[in-house]
Design a protein. Structure first.
Length: 293
């Protein structure tokens, strides 16, 4: 949810420390600590993702709804904190804005690589509706579950403990490391993901304070890659186009593809920096002292 003033934003963060009801003993206090609800939420949302990610389209859509429900339940009954980041009001606007930025990010990156001779595209001839349906369901599942875990749970919990800057500095490399098991992954691809995705999406969340905004970015990013025929973080799927790759792996991303290209990293940094600046101007970067209150 986007707020219109720094005062309102700060007041919202002060309410994050509100806890209602009895303490529930040591176990209750541990569960309601930032580390406690972060781990419980990640296990819950991650479990939903693992159970639905490889299923048919309808199951993946159901998994998206279940992941949001698990997140809501953990925040409501374990963390006992308000959830303006998943507010329904303005959700469509935030998702569309994020989607536009994510789509532009991928299209500009692919076009720059193509201009330097790294990519060339041709019509793949795959079924239009089946390809689009696959791109939508797979991308939605990944975007929602990963953003709930990394920006909704991990970043916000670590922000409470160490402040916003440290939270991004911790979650960004963790996000890169989470992709090390992907096909074609290397230490460089993990670093690239940490910078262009972990830091960028972290900055985007701090700026807008909306899960829907970062979900929109993440969804459009993944869907655009698949539709262009570009492997998504090393994973190849049928697209509307097919891509022929030539030249240096530093330009094209090699086996990991677009996200390991230096072009994408530089564009990601160019987007992340102004988002951090905007977040700072809106009072969205919490120092450690205030975050820990």
């Amino acid at each position: 949810m986007h707020t219109s003033s720094t005062t309102r934003h700060e007041a919202g963060h002060d309410r994050l420390s509100d806890v209602s009801g009895p303490s529930g003993g040591r176990v209750g206090r541990i569960c309601r600590s930032p580390f406690g609800w972060m781990l419980i939420g990640i296990v819950g949302v991650g479990g939903v993702s693992a159970a639905t990610a490889t299923g048919p389209g309808p199951l993946q859509v159901l998994g998206v709804a279940a992941a949001v429900a698990v997140y809501w339940a953990v925040m409501r009954f374990v963390a006992r904190r308000p959830m303006p980041e998943i507010a329904r009001r303005g959700a469509a606007r935030e998702a569309l804005l994020g989607g536009g930025i994510g789509l532009g990010f991928i299209l500009v990156s692919a076009l720059v690589i193509a201009a330097f001779g790294g990519y060339s595209f041709s019509w793949a001839g795959n079924g239009f509706f089946s390809v689009v349906a696959s791109a939508v369901t797979v991308s939605a599942g990944a975007a929602v579950t990963e953003e709930l875990m990394f920006r909704g749970l991990a970043l916000q919990a670590l922000e409470r403990l160490f402040g916003s800057r440290a939270a991004v500095a911790i979650t960004a490399p963790l996000f890169g490391a989470a992709h090390l098991a992907n096909p074609g992954a290397t230490a460089w691809s993990a670093l690239a993901i940490a910078i262009e995705a972990g830091a960028l999406l972290g900055a985007a969340f701090l700026w807008r304070r909306s899960i829907w905004f970062v979900v929109g970015m993440h969804f459009a990013w993944n869907a655009a890659e698949q539709l262009l025929g570009i492997p998504v973080s090393g994973h190849t799927a049928k697209g509307l186009l097919s891509v022929d790759v030539a030249g240096s792996g530093l330009l094209t991303g090699g086996a990991f593809s677009l996200e390991a290209s230096v072009v994408t990293v530089l564009i990601g940094v160019a987007l992340a920096v102004p988002m951090f600046v905007l977040a700072h101007r809106r009072g969205g970067l919490l120092p450690r002292q205030r975050a820990a209150r």
